[in-house]
Ligand binder design. Structure first.
Ligand code: NAI
Ligand code: SF4
Length: 427
């Protein structure tokens, strides 16, 4: 076995033990151990008892939504692809790079066969013969673990020609990204996989209709695909897991000022408040100030009784939860996010390229005490206009956190204009 570098000792806990059944405490990279704990039995069941349409119906009934953040119904995406003639491709998007997001990492590094099994069943359902795992360059150990696990699965006859003696053949290739956040955007990912510069394409056409090499391609997140063996195993009982319409397990990466940062697995009837409790509560029993849902939204302390589901009032997204306490400065936190977007904008659209640069500079003025009321107006202007002139999710969301913070923490902006940082960090 190869030496795997840089595997952090992530804290993980679960109230339901489905996605994290093997990964909660241990790393189950050994295929024998995976098999003795029930692994690859969902694949056997899928290939021997179900035809692809049966599995599609199970995924439809499961209400599974994409766990990469957008929450798009998985079965609907699969149906779009199936309405196009083969060849079809499956891509697992393992390029998770949203600030504060490290949930897919735990599956990749601690239970890689769960993802591989999910991909094989998805490949069978989609009539695909080839799948790719596009993994971010910053996960070198994850890439090696996946490569080794895929080789082990090939040796056991779970991958390759005539899987388990059926006429279904499928293989998986691992492709490493080179550290660009934008390559997690599905069309930039496809460009990168085709050997081109990772710039997003205009959509439509969506990849399900015209993706890799112009062929119908399903791009699914790691956690989405890891749910597939669980759905096949539980069949209709999957609908007993979690609240109506949002069935199944969900992972939540929690970081910041909680006692036990880590990855948590729960059903989606959990509230944000309960998730913070699950992570041990506030560090040093300080007062909660805000939650950053990655870079996409900011919640204030009086908004944490929302459910962690995909309903209009739910938390949705990737489940990323960055907890700030009374000692944290909202401006300071926004600068981290703004620096990230300024650095990661691919530069194709002028409003995104220039706007992310400008909003960072304006935020820095609040930090160094030179901002005026006019700068609030400028931030609002950019927040309205960057998304309008952008063609991909990065540009659409580059100002989300700032706009949310302006709505919910305007007093902090005003305080900075008046030369005061409520957390005592700036100036
Ligand atoms: P989107 O809502 O445009 O699309 C979601 C998925 O549904 C895509 O696979 C898309 O191809 C498919 N889809 C949507 N409409 C379709 C149609 N009419 N026909 C066929 N397929 C269709 O969201 P997008 O731009 O793909 O992703 C944005 C999300 O990504 C954000 O909500 C954010 O939460 C998340 N994100 C996650 C990151 C991570 O590290 N996990 C990083 C950055 C963003
Ligand atoms: Fe690139 Fe930004 Fe345009 Fe997306 S919105 S394509 S990241 S410039």
């Amino acid at each position: 076995m190869r030496y795997y570098p840089n595997i952090p000792d992530l804290n993980a806990n679960s109230s339901i033990n489905l996605l994290l059944r093997r990964a909660k405490e241990n790393r189950t990279t050994n295929i024998e151990e995976y098999i003795t704990t029930g692994g690859y039995s969902a694949l056997k069941k899928a290939l021997t008892r179900f035809n692809p349409e049966d599995i599609l119906i199970l995924v439809e009934e499961s209400t599974l939504r994409g766990r990469g953040g957008a929450g798009f119904p998985t079965a609907r995406k699969w149906r779009f692809a199936l309405s196009n003639p083969p060849p079809r491709y499956l891509i697992c998007n393992a390029d998770e790079s949203e600030p504060g997001t490290f949930k897919d990492r735990i599956i990749i590094e601690r239970d890689p066969h769960l993802l591989i099994e999910g991909m094989i069943i998805a490949g069978y359902t989609l009539g695909a013969e080839l799948g790719f795992i596009y993994i971010r360059g910053e996960y070198p150990a994850g890439a090696m673990i996946l490569e080794d696990a895929i080789e082990d699965a090939r040796k056991k006859g779970f991958l390759g020609k005539n899987i388990l003696g059926t006429d279904f053949s499928f293989d998986i290739l691992v492709y490493r990204g080179a550290g660009a956040y934008i390559c997690g955007e599905e069309t930039a990912l496809i460009e990168s996989l085709e050997g081109k510069r990772g710039h997003p394409r205009l959509r439509p056409p969506y990849p399900a209709n015209e993706g890799l090499f112009g062929k119908p391609t399903v791009v699914n997140n790691v956690e989405t695909l890891a749910n597939i063996p669980i759905i096949v195993t539980y069949e209709m009982d999957f609908m007993n897991i979690g609240p109506m319409g949002y069935y199944g397990p969900k992972l939540f990466p929690v970081s910041g000022k909680v006692k036990n940062p880590g990855v948590y697995e729960a059903t989606m009837d959990l509230t944000l408040r309960e998730l913070i409790d699950m992570a041990g509560g506030m560090k040093n029993d300080k007062k909660l100030k805000a939650i950053f849902a990655g870079s996409l939204a900011v919640y204030s302390a009086d908004e944490i009784d929302i459910p962690l589901d995909y309903s209009p009032k739910g938390f949705g997204g990737t489940g990323t939860t960055i907890v700030l306490d009374e000692d944290d400065c909202i401006i300071d936190a926004l600068i981290v996010i703004a620096e990230f977007f300024e650095h990661e904008s691919c530069g194709k659209c002028t409003p995104c390229r220039v706007g992310t640069y400008e909003q960072l500079n304006i935020l820095r003025k609040f930090q160094n005490g030179t901002a005026t009321e006019k700068d609030i107006e400028l931030l609002e202007y950019l927040g309205k206009n960057i998304p309008v002139g952008s063609i991909c999710g990065l540009g659409y969301s580059a100002s989300n956190a700032i706009m949310d913070a302006l709505r919910k923490f305007k007093d902090e902006f005003i305080a900075h204009i008046n030369g005061e940082c409520p957390a005592g960090i700036c100036f």
